[in-house]
Design a protein around this ligand. Sequence first.
Ligand code: IMP
Ligand code: MG
Length: 178
Amino acid sequence: MEPSEIRWLFTPEQIAARVRELGASISADYAGKELVIVCVLKGSFVFAADLIRAIELPLGIDFLGLQSYGDGVESSGVVRITLDLARPIADCDVLIVEDIVDTGLTLSYLIEQLKARGPRSLKVCSLLHKPARLIRAVPIDYLGFTIEDVFVVGYGLDHAQQHRNLSGIAVIDDGTRG
Ligand code: IMP
Ligand code: MG
């Protein structure tokens, strides 16, 4: 991406401040419980890494790989588990950590899958939410920021596997989206 194409949406400082707030809410809500964080790969690994350090509770973390996109910017609507959790979550207080809820198809599929495994509780923390494109409504218990209908990259989020390493969140427009 050329510098001229970058439009910054959130600076690293803005993200860090919001992550601290989310961590404080989660710490208060889960006090005395055994929290298991489910980090949805790949997009949320950067967010999850910062979020867990903002949570002042003993917690476990596990990873789940989901793929809902090809290399374009439109959801295929087809979700596939590419890596499953290493441990059962039965009777655990599970918090799914997602990068972004767009159509909601990925998260609703994931919630359905994980509910079937019998967790004690199941909640969702998403860094971003794009309500304009919602197809299937999903409950987001902890939300970082609501954004317009734009395609964003950085802080773990990619476009065709690129730009995950940007420290802030930027808008990308490759002209493929109407
Ligand atoms: P959904 O199933 O449409 O809600 O899509 C969710 C997944 O699509 C997210 O977890 C992201 O991996 C990806 N995604 C959706 N919107 C964006 C975006 O603006 N930038 C990067 N990835 C996105
Ligand atoms: Mg994702």
